[in-house]
Design a protein around this ligand. Structure first.
Ligand SMILES: Cc1cc2nc3c(=O)[nH]c(=O)nc-3n(C[C@H](O)[C@H](O)[C@H](O)COP(=O)(O)OP(=O)(O)OC[C@H]3O[C@@H](n4cnc5c(N)ncnc54)[C@H](O)[C@@H]3O)c2cc1C
Length: 588
């Protein structure tokens, strides 16, 4: 058994922004010559100019976006005074050190939201409303237990906080909550407690952030393999509480496949077991209740997870297809005839163009020539149409032999559907882009563009219709409301299963002149969700419900199922100590 040393506290270089996504050292900007540029040096695109991006945005949205016209943010907008009785603060002080208690306004504000467009707009241009009254940073399970007791005794309420990356309003506080709200930030509980190489298990504290888990396990030649696009900032506890899915789930599994056991501090004591075996039949599996519990049943303090040897080989790949339908058929057959690689993603034509618009300016004459020849070959000789063609990006991981075998199968099946190998560089770039793209939404917001993604899962047989229906409905509803220009609506398939796929939509529009665009956006997102459900899709594949989607629950669950949920919450947490109200239809 290996017991790693505690990790040192994150350094200045890891500081995060409070008002926008990501690391403080990175943001998109417009340079003096009017080109978009990513400041900092953290990512591959950092410091590079993207001259095609703004012209492309203008063309797609059909608006005359002026890069000199900035919608100046007013972060932080109003932060309410805390409701924090002296006795409660004193009780917290007996349990925690002064450094573990924070009542600073901006800290409280940050702990009252995740990353929905509505929340990010509110903290800069409107008002978020009620925020936690105090933020605490426990460093042991005993302290978490103590916090629950203090909360009970003083009639307060708790909201667990991981990395604050959720996109479901899960951390948002109810305006009418009169009790003191204690945000329990888990960042100090970030250790890999032990690694058992013989049985390929590790025990990790719930506040550990994905990038740290990866780095720490890597030192011992192993990986957990869970890599959501938010892996830089989201935590193990957050993954469990939201039932998350990583981009390499084909190889490693989703979070529920990876977690073997959990310790959870609840209102009724600690949920824990004496041991964990590979698989058991010991009656109702209470661990399952915690996946997707969104902070409503307790605080996950640690989990035992499966680990894997670091892959001997990792290869990227990409294939272009004449159309989305061709790429989709390829994916379907891949799940029938072969084991899909660790990750396989298919973007539609608009998202393919989006990727091209983010290509940096190249001074390399040879690279430019090569790119022109490739374009000529694909378009003129192979007959691909620029406004129809799509791309699929791939990550292969495993032993060299496994990777070779998968590559063969993938490219053989792709060729049957008109797919052309587009090289490993395209694939690598696609995956690297994921991390920098996450910064674009907040950048565009200051140029009057509001955008966000939402996802679903759906059976293979309904997936293409679902994509078409959602896009059509959003375009129609947008036009009906006489909103400016055209909306940006695009889809990609991000996960495959034998039974179906996960689809991500991106939707955005130019909002200058529209009062409360975040509310208009939400209205349209709800229209899209309605269409998703009508077309056979799920309410969510991995983002969860939070407060954002709870109104749709009666459409997907019977009355008895909803009552079970209510009864369960009430009997496990009768005083509603864990009061974030996620998935709760009764709280306003
Ligand atoms: C750019 C971007 C990319 C994303 N990509 C993905 C993706 O690829 N896959 C995916 O699944 N999701 C993705 N998400 C969504 C988000 O990252 C996940 O939902 C993630 O699991 C949230 O983890 P967190 O630690 O940030 O949790 P938080 O946002 O802090 O909290 C989320 C919920 O979990 C609860 N919670 C947090 N920690 C605990 C704990 N220790 N015990 C009990 N409850 C707890 C909170 O109370 C809250 O209800 C993405 C989000 C963004 C903004």
């Amino acid at each position: 058994m290996i017991v790693p040393e505690p990790q040192s506290a994150p350094g200045e270089g890891e500081a995060e922004s409070l008002d926008v996504w990501g690391f403080r050292d990175t943001h998109f900007d417009v340079s003096e010559n009017g080109h978009v540029v990513i400041r900092g040096n953290r990512y591959e695109l950092s410091g590079k100019e993207l001259p095609r991006f703004l012209p492309w945005v203008r063309e797609v949205l059909e608006v005359n976006l002026d890069a000199r016209e900035v919608h100046t943010p007013h972060y932080p907008t109003e932060i309410p005074e805390p409701i924090l009785p002296r006795e409660l603060l004193d009780a917290l002080k007996t349990l925690l050190s002064p450094a573990q208690i924070d009542t600073n306004g901006e800290t409280r504000l940050r702990h009252g939201h995740g990353h929905t467009q509505e929340e990010m707009y509110a903290i800069k241009y409107a008002q978020l409303g009620r925020t936690p009254d105090v933020v605490v940073y426990p460093d042991s399970e005993e302290q978490v237990t103590g916090l629950v007791e203090v909360t009970k005794k003083h009639g307060a309420t708790l909201i667990p906080y991981g990395g604050g990356t959720n996109v479901t309003d899960a951390l948002r506080c109810f305006p009418n909550e009169r009790r003191s709200i204690i945000s329990v930030d888990m960042r100090r509980m970030n250790r890999v407690l032990w690694i058992d190489r013989a049985n390929m298990l590790a025990c990790i504290q719930a506040g550990a952030v994905g990038r740290h888990i990866m780095a720490e396990l890597k030192k011992y030649g192993v990986t957990m393999g869970h890599e959501p696009d938010s892996v830089e900032f989201s935590t193990l506890g957050g993954w469990i509480a939201t039932n998350a899915s990583g981009m390499k789930k084909n190889k490693y599994g989703n979070i529920e496949d990876l977690v073997l056991d959990v310790n959870v501090v609840t209102a009724a004591g600690t949920l824990a077991r004496s041991s964990c075996s590979p698989r058991e039949s010991v009656g109702m599996d209470l661990r399952r209740l915690i996946f997707g519990s969104e902070g409503a049943l307790g605080i996950v303090t640690s989990a035992v997870v499966k680990i894997f040897p670091l892959p001997e080989a990792q290869q990227y790949g990409s294939v272009v297809f004449p159309s989305f339908e061709d790429g989709f058929k390829f994916m379907y057959e891949l799940t029938r005839e072969s084991t899909p690689p660790a990750s396989v993603r298919l973007v539609d034509n608009l998202q393919f163009q989006f990727g091209l618009a983010l290509k940096p300016k190249s001074d390399d004459a040879l690279a430019k020539l090569k790119s022109r020849i490739e374009k000529f070959f694909v378009i003129n000789l192979k007959g691909f149409q620029p406004d129809r063609m799509v791309a699929c990006t791939l990550v292969f991981e495993g032993t060299r032999a496994e990777v070779q075998q998968q590559q063969k199968a993938v490219y053989r099946i792709a060729a049957r559907h008109g797919g052309l190998k587009a090289g490993s560089e395209g694939g690598r770039r696609g995956y690297q882009l994921t991390y920098s793209i996450a910064y674009i939404r907040d950048f565009l917001m200051s140029y009057y563009i509001i955008a966000e993604s939402f996802e679903t899962s759906v059976a293979w047989s309904d997936a293409l219709d679902l994509c078409a229906n959602v896009k059509r409905r959003l375009v129609e509803e947008y036009a009906r409301r006489k909103l400016p220009g055209k909306p940006f609506v695009t889809a990609r398939v991000t996960q495959v299963y034998r039974t179906g796929v996960c689809i991500y939509f991106y939707f955005g529009f130019y909002y200058k002149g529209i009062p409360n665009p975040h509310e208009v956006y939400l209205e349209l997102e709800n229209v899209a969700r309605d269409e998703i459900l009508k077309s056979g899709g799920s309410l969510s594949h991995h983002h969860g419900i939070g407060k954002l989607r709870r109104a749709f629950l009666p459409r997907i669950m019977s009355g008895a199922a909803l009552q079970w949920k209510r009864d369960l919450k009430k009997s496990l947490d009768p005083d509603n100590l864990f009061g974030a109200g996620n998935q709760d239809l009764d709280v306003r």
